[in-house]
Design a protein. Sequence first.
Length: 245
Amino acid sequence: MPRAARPADEITPNRVPPEDLDGRHDDGPSDTIARYLEAMFYIDGEGEVVRAARLAEWLGVSQPTVAAALRRMARDGLIDAAPSRELSLTSKGRAAAAEIVRKHRIAERWLVDALGFDWLTADEEASRLEHGLSLRVANRLHELIGRPRTCPHGNPIPGVPEDGKRERSLASMQPGERAPLRRISEVAEHEVPDLLRFLGNHGFALGGVVEMVEFSKGAGTITVQVAGQRVSMSAEVARKIWVEA
């Protein structure tokens, strides 16, 4: 039976309890399969249905290539496929994906907090580091930088207890409403590669207050006030930026 859809404007990001990550070995999936696991984790975490066509689009590969990878993943007990062609991670697959995402987000946080890289550069470099970084080293880095809960742009680090706060999309705000910035969706980062740099250059920061100024339904754009300046963006992008509810 297909999974019930989650509300588009108010969800809780994917998280994995700490015990699912402790003591695991790093003889995990290949780099190729790791990319599929990571993509599925991100897509599912934003409340989207995961299908082969979406993975092909995300990874920039052909559908036959995706089909071959999915057969391997199913054989290895990493995914389940429903009759509707909806894909889901098994408990084994989710644990493997969470480990990959944990390493990526810790690496990002270290690159920003300790080395001073901007959000976009940190994301790009973390994508290179995550496959060669052992979980033991990632966990030590996490301790070193003060056990942060999230990556630099607010997405939760798997294995870290959640803070219990609720969130809603920026696009759901009404003119005059104000709310602290909570996170930038991994899906938005992927679909709009320069989004992190754009937001950073225009004063967006985690916890910084964003005020809705105007929502133009005809033009499909919104205008917000942040850090003393007005910033416009598409409503589609705004739906993937999250503020505290």
